[in-house]
Design a protein around this ligand. Sequence first.
Ligand code: SF4
Ligand code: SF4
Length: 434
Amino acid sequence: MRTVTFPVGGLYPVRHKHAAHRSAIRNAILPAVSIVPLRQSHGPDAELCVAPGDKVGEGTRIGRAIGDLCAHVHSPIPGLVREIRPVTLPDGVISTAAVIDLAGSFDRLGKVLARHEWKTLRPGTLLRLIEDAGVVGMSGVSQPTHTAIDARAAASCRWLIVNGAESEPYVCADHRLMVEHPAEIFEGLQIVERLLAPDRVTVGIGADKRDAMRRMRAHDADGRRRDYVRLSVKYPQGDERQLIRAVTGLEVPSDGHAIDVGCVTVSAATLYAIWEAVVTRKPLYERVVTVAGNGVARPGNIKVRIGTPIGGLLAECGGVTDPVARIVIGGPLRGYATTDLTTPVLKYTTAVLVLTATEVNAAPTAGCIRCGRCAEACPMGLDPARLYKLVAHGRSGDAVDHGLYDCTECGGCGYVCPSRIPLVDGLRDGKANR
Ligand code: SF4
Ligand code: SF4
């Protein structure tokens, strides 16, 4: 089996996966209160369809998607809608949220869900089931999945790639899903293959996940030809552009999308959610989140309801032990720091990290010494120091000319910068303020 990697930039951060990657997925205690934002994708808020005082069931739709960038939102618990209020998401965006108090009985929890046959269903019906369940990309770009694998994508898709890279340090939720639920993920892949009818299918799994590779291959017995490749552990191997570059050699144009070069990528967690949506007709209201970092007592991979405040999730993991330097939602390179323990878990929350001073390796910010390390690390071939400087001097237009929008916000440049310059934050600001 070949090992592939992307050719430009990248880095090998300390992996920190040991604490959680062998930890079997465990179920979180149900939250007494769920705070469910209506923005669960990189699009606008869904349209609210409940009001304070309404009774909701487990999986009741509470937000209706508007347009292609938005996904339906469902209640993760049965209960009463206490209030509707704004919440700040980890990336600083304000979303309207439904606050739901737990009450009543569960329709699905603790029950064996009936299996629905899908092989005789039309593609339009399969897509509608995925859309109705509110499935979004769960390990990166949170695009509503039914728009990523629809008839337009099927017309152009030649190469379907399963993204099992999970190259950020600490994060291992997808790894555990592949080890523990390969049959479901594999069937999710068959559903996507049915919708897209690609010429080629490649399953890419991180070279550090040999057990996941074994388990996935053991379920590949339907006679279809699929390639399996080991993905190098270089970061950010899981980024869509780098994944496509490594597997196919194709370059996604800077102002384009994967489908422009005939590729569709889908992560293991998303395939699992597709399987749940189609085979068990379960909306996406829970997911596996890695909780890790030296500051948490019992790191692990927790199946948790969307809308659970991260404080509840940390309590589930024995609480915080050492003095905490930073709590990060997502991976340490790409994620967002927060101090607000009421921040809710979203459909695309991969991890909650409680990092100590040693792990953060914090130091005061100093001036740029022009060492060039940030440019060496950039997988997009950019000069982050120059972009940062342009943005800082209010010259975002010039930064755009030098590739600001090619920046995928992978965080690699900031990670290697010896002067601790917050390069990614600066570049994000540059884009936001254009
Ligand atoms: S955050 Fe942007 S500029 Fe920095 S390394 Fe990643 S792609 Fe390059
Ligand atoms: S890594 Fe930091 S110090 Fe070195 S050139 Fe880039 S911004 Fe300057």
